[in-house]
Every structure is written in structure tokens, then in C-alpha cells.
Design a protein around this ligand. Structure first.
Ligand code: ADP
Ligand code: MG
Length: 293
């Protein structure tokens, strides 16, 4: 029997085995335990700053939570904007993702019970790249840290810093998929090639499965020709990989974090909240179709 056939055969519980299977004996398989839940891990990445990575991490998480899902968000940016946007002060945090990545502190110890469960960052995290750089398995520290909590969540969303350094690489190695927020400007689109090259390198060396789940046009201002053209260029180059959701430019996204909340909590019936609910539906329903694009 070929390996492919073995791998593709769905395993059955012993009591479900049909009698004719005894005629053609197969290697014994232990009874399959209840299928444990395992989170889908999505990283938000774009080496450009100010494209709405952090805003999208929090608000997509809040929208997925509204759908009844268990969600963890992980702040991998030493600037700690995601941590701040939940009303926490990264300067006052004692143990953070730094300790998780560098000292292998179990991640449960840095998960705060905020609007969405949040593994916090602190300024220490800025030293993590250097501390990790001499460690064996330096690219897999986050992947390892997430393993024990994957069964507690449906989704784990990772916010990354504006660089393609070791913290972002850790996120790309731990992730099943990547969401790339891009500002609707021509210059923002050029950086995507570099991100794609990095992802190709990750696929070849560290995580063969990581794919772009979708490119998310953010800060979209329909009134400007430039923004409309930027989205057209995106669609010409990336086709179905571009989410249908457009995140429009509005001050609501800057106001909500000041109150320590997502826009879904800050202004639940507004169009800013609605946009991320729409994105959540796309992420839940549409990713299959996009994967082979
Ligand atoms: P990044 O994490 O990529 O650096 P942020 O999510 O921090 O980007 O967003 C950068 C700034 O833009 C923040 O002040 C944020 O409040 C604001 N912002 C995010 N999304 C929008 C939007 N759709 N319209 C207007 N401002 C936005
Ligand atoms: Mg950010």
C-alpha cells in the first residue's frame, strides 16, 4: 500500500471497522481519540508600519469572538500597540512574550483576560531578536510556545512588528496562514514583493504550509481616484487573494484603542465594526477558495 493511500485514508474507530476489513488485514491502528480542537493560527504581516496590522488583529479577533469562537491574540511587536489597545500598559508588564520566547515561560502565564485573551508584549521584547539569534531553534520559539494552548482556541491571531526580522519569522513559522493588510496607496503595494520572497523562504526551509490567506485593503477612501486605482492594481496582481472586504478610512479605528477596546465594543452598530464582521465571515467561509490562488 502506497504511503499516499495510507495518509489519505481516514482513520476509523475500532468499533466502526467493517467485517470485510478483516479479510485484508491492515497495520493495527490505535483507536482514534476524540478529535481535539486545534486552533487555526493566522499572522498579520507587512513590514511596512501603519498599515493597520494591529487594528486588524484586534478587530478581526473581536468579530470572530462574536461568532462564538474562542480567540487568542498574541502581541509580537515590542512597541506593544496591541497590548495598549486593550488598555494595558506595556511598561508596567512584568512578564511578556519576551519571557515566553527566550526563557520558555509557558504562554499561559502572559495571557491576560482582556476583551479578547491577549498574550502581552513589553518593551523587553525588543531584546528578543538578539537573545534568540544565538539559540538553536530560534525560528520555532513561538510555534513551540503555542502548542500547549492550541486546543483551547479556535483561532490564534498574531500581530507582528513592522520588519521581517526574527519576531516576524517566528510568527510566519507558527502560522497556518497570513493576512496582509495594505494601505490603499501605490507605494504600499511595492513592499508586498519582499514579503512574498520572505514567505517563499519560510516555505522552503521552515514551514511548507504557510500561505497568504488574503490581502486586506485598509484605510480605503473611495472618494480618491488613487485609492481606487491602488485596489485595482492589487486585484490585477493578486486576483482572488484580495479580500472583498474594504476597510474604509475612519477616525473610529483610532478612537477605540484610547478606550481600551475594539471598534466592535466601542461602536457596535457603526460601519467600522461592520467591516471587520464582514472580514470575519470571509475568513471563516472563503479561505478554501483562495488557498490555491
Ligand atoms: P500597524 O500595526 O500596521 O503599524 P495600526 O493598526 O497601528 O498599524 O494603524 C496605524 C494607525 O492608523 C493607528 O493610529 C490606527 O488607529 C489608524 N488606523 C488603522 N486603521 C485605520 C482605518 N481604517 N482608518 C483610519 N485610521 C486607521
Ligand atoms: Mg502594529
Amino acid at each position: 500500500m502506497g504511503l499516499t493511500r495510507l495518509l489519505s485514508r481516514p482513520q476509523k474507530r475500532e468499533e466502526e471497522l467493517e467485517p470485510q476489513r478483516e479479510v485484508e488485514p491492515e497495520p493495527e491502528q490505535p483507536p482514534e481519540p476524540e478529535q481535539p480542537r486545534t486552533a487555526r493560527v493566522l499572522a498579520f504581516a507587512n513590514q511596512k508600519g501603519g498599515v493597520a496590522k494591529t487594528t486588524s488583529t484586534l478587530n478581526l479577533a473581536a468579530a470572530l469572538k462574536e461568532e462564538g469562537l474562542n480567540v487568542l491574540i498574541v502581541d509580537m511587536d515590542p512597541q506593544g500597540n496591541l497590548t495598549m489597545s486593550q488598555g494595558l500598559n506595556p511598561d508596567a508588564i512584568e512578564r511578556s512574550m519576551f519571557d515566553v520566547l527566550v526563557h520558555r515561560l509557558p504562554i499561559e502565564h502572559v495571557i491576560q483576560d482582556a476583551e479578547v485573551d491577549l498574550a502581552v508584549s513589553s518593551i523587553d521584547l525588543a531584546g528578543a531578536e538578539l537573545a534568540l539569534s544565538s539559540m538553536i531553534g530560534r525560528e520555532r520559539a513561538l510555534e513551540k510556545a503555542l502548542l500547549p494552548v492550541k486546543e483551547n482556541y479556535d483561532y490564534i491571531l498574531i500581530d507582528t512588528p513592522p520588519s521581517l526580522g526574527l519576531l516576524t519569522i517566528n510568527a510566519l513559522v507558527a502560522a497556518d496562514g497570513v493576512i496582509v493588510p495594505v494601505q490603499c496607496e501605490y507605494l504600499s503595494l511595492r513592499g508586498l514583493v519582499q514579503l512574498e520572497n520572505t514567505m517563499q523562504m519560510i516555505r522552503e526551509n521552515l514551514n511548507p504550509n504557510v500561505q497568504i490567506v488574503g490581502i486586506l485593503p485598509t484605510m480605503f477612501d473611495r472618494r480618491t481616484l488613487h485609492a481606487r486605482e491602488a485596489v485595482e492594481i492589487l486585484e490585477e496582481n493578486f486576483g482572488d487573494l484580495v479580500f472583498k472586504t474594504r476597510i474604509k478610512k475612519t477616525i473610529r479605528y483610532a478612537e477605540a484603542p484610547v478606550k481600551g477596546s475594539s471598534v466592535l465594543k466601542y461602536d457596535p452598530s457603526g460601519s467600522a465594526a461592520e467591516a471587520y464582521r464582514h472580514l470575519a465571515k470571509e475568513v471563516l467561509n472563503g479561505s478554501q477558495a483562495r488557498q490555491h490562488a
